[in-house]
Design a binder for this molecule. Structure first.
Ligand code: HSE
Length: 426
């Protein structure tokens, strides 16, 4: 069989990792693919000191790779939306298969790219875009294909999980941990994508599209970041038997699909709560299989390259799979965040006087909100404000917003109420 010739565009952390995995594991990969996989060309503005390219054709123009008649598979690892889209469409136009780790590209322009690929009869692989080294897309699309998927929930940003873990375990500073995540090659070029949940929203959009057969709807994904989480919240959550994780959650109900990324309290006994550092966890609930959990490193050169190379091997074996089930979609509505029901963690600085707690409780009970647990701390020396922390039972977000607005207007508390959503994942 003729070898498959690969052109790698982008030679940073993931590009370098892919080059090295393809080179170092060439023999094993050839056995699994049934043919040799050769790096025909690398397109990059800079060399990667971790890679020996002395025997490789390197061009400074990535579009050379997309047009190179000897390249069968273009591997897009430059990131970003615009140039990446142009590159991928150019490669498809030239009859190349494409493998990408670019979740932003797929979440936002995927439908257009898949349509072009369908027309050209080529495959677009994007396993590396979701949850790094975990074969999450394969698991949902192939391994769980027999199921109606009921929920997908998980930690799908390694940088965010690394930051929350280091802050909790070592009391480290947010900015300092973020800098380390950047040095380790975990963070996006713009790290606000990690911290504000945009990266996780890209990934959740892709996974949900596959899980429920709906179009890619990044704009309908509710997104809240971790930058406002304080050490106090982390400690109170622990006192209540929970951990704070930055989760992507989508679930299907009769009303529609909720699609949301936000900091979430989950019971410390839940397996997802124990997934720390750069590790990701994707929990999928199917009607036949019930609960499954896939866990592994969510970022970094090796894990992401592992997923990129697996897609290249699939293409080499000519396993063609429909890129997304969007063409057999159900017309299911994505719910507005106000329509979603969850439990809540609330923290407020209350006035230290009689009746305050009763007033807050009565605002909640008038709205039918059931309190599950309360912690009230003694005021610090010389302080007139006491921290009050509550866990509630499930309630619709719209009702909780009304209750929070009333509590904030009551004069019983100082400042605003901190609210973190709680999921029991059961
Ligand atoms: N910045 C991403 C993360 C890289 O931290 O998870 C992998 O997609």
């Amino acid at each position: 069989m003729k070898p498959v010739k690969v052109g790698i565009c982008g030679f940073g952390t993931v590009g370098g990792g892919t080059f090295n995995v393809l080179t170092q594991n060439a023999e094993q990969i050839a056995r699994r693919s049934g043919r040799e996989i050769i790096i025909e060309q690398v397109g990059a503005r800079r060399d990667n000191p971790a890679c020996d390219t002395s025997n490789t054709n390197v061009t400074r123009d990535i579009f050379d790779v997309a047009r190179n008649p000897d390249v069968d598979v273009v591997v897009e690892l430059i990131g970003g939306y615009d140039v990446a889209k142009e590159l991928v469409l150019e490669a498809i136009k030239n009859g190349k298969h494409v493998v990408t780790a670019n979740k932003a590209l797929i979440a936002v322009h995927g439908d257009e790219i898949f349509a072009a690929a369908d027309k050209a009869g080529v495959t677009v692989g994007y396993e590396a875009g979701v949850a790094g080294g975990i074969p999450a897309i394969k698991a949902v699309r192939e391994g769980l294909a027999a199921n109606n998927i009921e929920r997908v929930a998980g930690i799908i940003n390694g940088t965010g999980n690394f930051i929350l873990t280091e802050m909790r375990d070592k009391g480290r500073d947010f900015a300092d941990v973020l800098k380390e995540a950047q040095e380790l090659g975990y963070a996006e070029a713009d790290p606000t994508f990690d911290v504000e949940g945009i990266d996780a929203a890209h990934k959740l959009t892709i996974l949900s599209s596959i899980a429920y057969g709906i179009p890619l709807q990044f704009d309908n994904c509710f997104t809240e970041g971790i930058s406002k989480i304080t050490r106090d919240d982390v400690e109170y959550a622990e006192e209540l038997g929970y951990r704070i994780k930055h989760l992507g959650i989508s679930a299907r109900s009769e009303k529609g699909i909720d699609l949301r990324v936000h900091p979430t309290l989950i019971p410390e006994t839940n397996m997802v709560a124990k997934v720390d550092g750069v590790m990701n966890a994707v929990a999928v609930k199917g009607d036949a299989v019930n609960d499954t959990l896939f866990c592994g490193p969510g970022a970094g050169a090796g894990p992401t390259a592992s997923a990129v190379v697996a897609d290249i091997i699939d293409i080499a074996r000519e396993i063609k799979v429909a890129p997304l089930s969007y063409n057999t979609l159900d017309d299911v509505k994505v719910l507005e965040i106000e329509e979603v029901e969850t439990s809540y963690y609330l923290r407020m600085q209350a006035q230290d006087k009689a009746g305050v707690l009763a007033n807050v409780a009565s605002i909640l009970s008038n709205k039918g909100i059931n309190i599950e647990a309360i912690i009230q701390k003694e005021p610090a020396e010389g302080e007139t404000l006491v921290p009050v922390i509550m866990l509630t039972h499930k309630v619709q977000e719209k009702i909780m917003n009304q209750a929070i607005a009333e509590i904030e207007a009551s004069g019983d508390i100082n400042g605003s109420v901190t609210r973190i959503r709680v999921e029991h994942l059961n």
